[in-house]
Design a protein around this ligand. Structure first.
Ligand code: ZN
Length: 334
């Protein structure tokens, strides 16, 4: 089998499994990411998360899948998709270290890799980052092809698809949405800088947590992150007409508001026009739930709000031990 055939085999196998499990329907209903651990469980493959020495993951004869607890959730997800590839492609067994990440980060054929690994890599990318998933989020957010040259936008896309920033850049190139030059420029932008620009002066202990930018476009979405991720909400307010965003839904859901301010447009713009409400919020412990913010006249506590932002969140972070049972919502078609 040539390298090209291995890539094709991996991608086709991922697309077939999406069909068998109804992955696209489920992702579109939740406006989230591909549930890779749910897919492993739906195939009846045993899955466990353990501290593995020097390995990101392994596919063992049986088959069964082990994933390291030493890495954050996006890496666990990518490792899971790679190991699922070995299972779906009928490979015997595989022990995988950091090299699977290096291979995806470069998108090149420089290193000598077995066809089995090439096929599993290809499966992982196609399973986690199919073109329809990137397009779905772009449509929801109002992003176009030109937007994909903006590191801030690609970073927000990577959070929503549950992949690393680098893997997302490579997927955009693989789907011919950006070219190689753009991919390299995106990858050269430090994530730390992107996060600092987004936080705009809000102090954090370090830049490991992700920073999500949420707007009205995220209405009805499901987000999956780490417990200490920070959320910047930018929402349009109609102060002149008395409509303000209520923040009680965020506080009731356990979030602390780190900053709350209004960005008033310059005086050249008509007085009483829309104002951007910029909220920075964070939870500090693992949690799963939802919050709802409403745009309403504060003196009218009841009635239908003018707009709402409802977001389901899973901030339980990386998996440890047995996979979280709540992921079992994928089913094999009969
Ligand atoms: Zn492998």
């Amino acid at each position: 089998m040539t390298r090209r055939e291995a890539i094709l085999e991996g991608a086709q196998s991922a697309a077939r499994l999406h069909d068998r499990l109804g992955v696209r329907r489920q992702v579109e209903a939740r406006a989230g990411s591909v549930d890779v651990f749910g897919a492993i469980l739906a195939l009846g493959t045993p899955l466990i998360f353990r501290p593995l020495q020097g390995l990101l993951g392994a596919c063992l004869p049986g088959p069964g899948i082990m994933i390291s607890t030493e890495r954050p959730l996006p890496i666990q997800r990518f490792t899971g998709a790679h190991e699922l590839g070995h299972v779906a492609l009928g490979h015997d067994s595989s022990l995988d270290g950091d090299e699977i990440l290096r291979r995806i980060g470069h998108n090149s054929g420089d290193t000598v890799v077995s066809e089995l690994e090439v096929a599993a890599d290809s499966f992982a990318s196609a399973f986690l980052l199919p073109k329809w998933l990137l397009q779905m989020h772009a449509r929801r957010q109002g992003w176009n092809r030109a937007s994909m040259a903006d590191p801030h936008i690609v970073y927000q896309l990577s959070l929503r698809v549950g992949a690393s920033y680098s893997a997302t850049c490579v997927a955009l190139e693989r789907h011919d949405i950006i070219n190689e030059t753009t991919r390299e420029a995106l990858q050269a932008k430090p994530r730390r800088t992107i996060k600092a620009e987004l936080l705009d002066g809000v102090e954090v202990d370090n830049f490991f947590p992700d920073v999500w930018l949420l707007t009205e476009r995220d209405e009805g979405s499901t987000i999956e992150g780490q417990p200490d991720d920070v959320f910047v909400l930018r929402l349009e307010e109609q102060g002149g007409a008395g409509y303000l965003w209520t923040t009680s839904g965020l506080i009731d859901s356990g979030f602390a508001i780190l900053r709350d301010r209004r960005e008033v447009p310059p005086p050249t713009v008509a007085v009483g026009g829309p104002v951007t409400r910029a909220l920075t919020a964070r939870r500090t412990e693992p949690a799963k739930g939802s919050f709802s913010l409403e745009l309403r006249r504060p003196w009218l506590k009841t009635g239908t709000p003018l707009a709402a932002l409802r977001v389901a969140y899973d901030l339980q972070g990386k998996e440890v031990g047995m996979p979280r049972a709540t992921r079992r919502h994928l089913r094999l078609a009969a």
